[in-house]
Ligand binder design. Sequence first.
Ligand code: HAM
Length: 422
Amino acid sequence: MTRQYQSVKGTRDLLPPDTEVWAAVEGTARQVFRRYGYGEIRTPVLEETELFVRSVGESTDVVGKQMYTFTDRKGRSLTLRPESTAPVARAYVEHGLAELPAPVRLFYIGSHFRYERPQKGRYRQFSQIGAELIGEEAPLADVELLSMLVRFLTGVGFDDLTVLLNSVGDEASRAAYRAVLTDYLRPHRDQLSEDSQRRLETNPLRVLDSKVDADRQALVDAPAIEESLSDASRAHLAAVRDGLDALGIAYRIEPRLVRGLDYYTETVFEIVAEGLGAQDAIVGGGRYDGLIAELGGAPTPAIGFALGLDRLIEALPEDAPQRRGAPAPTTLVAVGEVAPIETLRLAEELRQGGCTVVTELAPRSLKSALRRAARRAASHVVLLGDDELAAGEATLRSLQTGEQQRVRREELAIALAAEGAA
Ligand code: HAM
């Protein structure tokens, strides 16, 4: 037997009509983001491995366990992007985007790759929609970005959204917190998983991301980062809160939220959707004021988010306008002695007139053609016979009522539109 192939574990094919919903959601993102002055950036799917190690951080799950890394034919270590903040920051430095009027506002839509255990809402190839606002430190930048994000989510039918908000502070705040957290965790060392024992020495903040039960138990009474925040970091968070209040954006302070990537500073946030596991945020983001300097640029404050499109679409409300999809195509059939090329000619005319049309390219019987049209959920078929062709007309038949009428060729597109079939 010849072997059949399947998509690689954790990846999947998206087929019509699902792809219509994806395209509609992406379309809404483009529309909303453009209104806030964001331009699209497309970075390569491949980057030097070191870019992610330096920015996301060696001791994170993403870098430590989830990257698709390989050596190319010249011995370079390359990685399929697990996220896009680091690639965007790289591109910002590489192309001197600091020369543009600040802040620079960029968005992206595309595939990302993480070697995780696949389950509902979690894939090894997944799609993110993200936005980055680069070159502004004012808390109002955080507020505007969150406002855009909420506006987009409302636009795809989510209401009652709550932004989970916290601050991981500036470098001094995090240094102070690292010390406090290490002091707290040391006496629990033996309870911790092997990974967390290692992180306790190298990067204690990452212990907070652990999903292991034993680690979570050890963390129950852990001090929150808030007590370690510097005055400047406290003031930044307070200003973000004031701005969100002023715009009527709902948020809740989540004292344990630190996010699992090392580049974050100050504001961090997530949004969780109903119906997905509690650990599974659909959106995550925050400030990364040190990243661009870390990648060789001038010190440049920045903030951004990425949302998981796979998760968002799985949780998309039933009444989201993006679910409506495209109208079913009208089917065009040549009957009798009419040459099939005539159906292509008429179909072209109808498409020029704005109709969605599929042709029966090799009609065997009218009955089977009608059956196929019904399976495509067409509301109408157009029949082109010898008589009609000679008279410059066609027959328009409703598949719902079975009624049919002769229509002049040049009026057919309008007639289809009038029947709601265009
Ligand atoms: P992240 O939290 O690692 O942040 O990922 C953002 C979102 O991507 C998650 O909330 C989730 O919806 C989605 N996601 C992540 N992994 C998977 C997966 N395996 N399957 C399906 N969806 C997934 C970042 O990536 C940051 N770059 C966000 C950011 C932008 N921060 C600042 N700017």
